[in-house]
Design a protein around this ligand. Sequence first.
Ligand code: ME8
Length: 649
Amino acid sequence: MKFYVTTPIYYVNDEPTVGHAYSTVACDVLARYHRLRGDDVLFTTGTDENALKVLRAAEAQGLAVRPFADKMADRFRQQWLALNIAYDDFIRTTAERHRRAVQRFFEGLYEKGDLYLGKYEGWYCVSDETYFREEELVDGRCPNPECAKKVEWMSEPAHFFRLSKYQQPLLDYIEQNPGWLLPEFRKNEVVNFIRGGLKDVCVSRRSEWGIPLPPSIPGSEGTVVYVWADALVNYLTCAGYPDDEERLQNYWPADVHVVGKDIFVRFHATLWPAMLMSAGLALPKRIVAHGWWTLGGKKISKSRGGAIPRPGPVRDMIMQETGCTAGRAVDALRYYILREVPFGQDGEFSEETLLVRYSDDLANDLGNLLHRLLPMIARYRQGRIPKPTDPDPDLHPAALAAVRGWEKAVEALDFRAGLAAIWGFLAAANRYIDHKAPWSLAKAGDDALLDHVLYSAAEAIRIAAVLIAPVMPDTASEIESQLGLRDWQRTWSQASEWGLLSEGQQTGRPVPLFPQAEPQKRAKTRARASAAASTPEETKMISIKEFQKLDLRVGEIVGAEAVPNADKLLKLTVDIGGEQRTMVAGIAVCYRPEELVGKKAVVVANLEPATIRGVRSEGMILAGSVEGDEKTVSIVAPERPLPNGARVS
Ligand code: ME8
């Protein structure tokens, strides 16, 4: 099976950030996973260079635009190399093959009657490289709140693409192809955008920098293709369009375009499919929009200035803090960005939470698993893998569940769930060693069982290496090498098999995969991470495990009185089932003490006690309100009668 996956092609006005790394790593993981499955993979990335903002960035550095673009494209290549990105093709829009593709594509649009000459009068945002109508502007500026830059007035003869003609066909296509646009809630944004009315779009500019419109199109002299119309065609160029019909037949349509939500609605889910419809070419099978990495709640962006998290410095920080190798630090970053937030949501980037993931998930769960096993094999079996035994029912099903969990999650582009499935298996493997206690078996001289347990645990680690390989290729190879697998051809199906390690195989030297920072340093990191987590973030997600830490119970208010010198506070006595607690609640604006007695409420029973206005509060009753309006406070109570102390979950 072929699998064609694409990243956006990035503007070369500045160097990549962690945000660009996110899209690129996600695609790399998909590509590596499909290669492991034996698919014929085409994974492409590249640079978008024919933009006005690239021209301006070059000017600002006093450089000619071409050498500037060359230099920046190289910087992108180097960064991706450093992040272990194994792309198959790196496309630059200034390349000759791309010029041919764009010109041929535009001839097609013209032949179809979808390109016409008119006059463009309106606004242009150079930062977003987008045309806006007067009524779309916000306070006369770019309507994208992340940009909000000054727009420029443009008035010139220009070519228009009949986007309006594709309004209904697009809506029909979306309806007939569920799962085409992901995630679902963004699909609705697209539908609303299209339903709002599609106007024909300007697709040429009078400029020297860019791909000239083909001479066969009237009025083309002195004009270049609008940068977005040019950039989108890169996906075809990489698939062999227009010269290599065979390659195109094989790879087109793309299986998935991965993009950020900023360029999803208007460009990838509207303009691009409309242009493809016009050209009579198949539409990409799926278009997926991920959320943004933010810093202080704002999108991490090349042009924002200040301390921008960039992949290289983040890798170096991990190495410094932990003492791990560069390969392992890269893997830690790759793991963090896919594990930390659900793919469609925004996430706040934080070095502290990254280091906590490193310590908990990588050093503890994964690293220790290998690091407790290898010394035992060394001690009890002279470093040699024991005789293969049958799959252990305490371990093998967990491995198969992880394989299925990852496969299912990746199909839905849910990397976070996929990794959670794998980590569930690692936890099972660690528990297995705890329970089987090989050290006791050795002491008791139970050789057969000891062989079995050591072999099974080693198999579990071998399987884990396959599972993590798409996300952490360097670590997977290191694990295999420590297990003594030489010249090992890794495949995905090995993850479902059992008994691949051979008897007598000499294991390698155990070196900690993910060294731990010293305890004091770790404690500090955790303290900073929890401080970071307590700042309000609109999209901060918690796991079900974290939620389950809350002890929520039904309580009955059996006493209530005002707190002296505190207008808003009441001191409540709450029966939480055989125990009475004092709780201070800020609800006096809406409730009088006497009306509360006898009421039920949901309370947090395991909140750390705190002294509020001299009263020791031992829990919290839950109440809601309309944001900013304290007069609307309402206690949260069970909808049907429940006994005091009943658990709420
Ligand atoms: O838009 N969080 O290029 P661009 C998550 N050339 N993803 C981010 C991000 C962040 N903070 N910052 C950037 C362009 N990205 C066009 C694309 S495609 C035919 C042309 C990622 O350099 C994300 O994928 O502004 C976003 O869509 C893309 O980089 C924008 O990169």
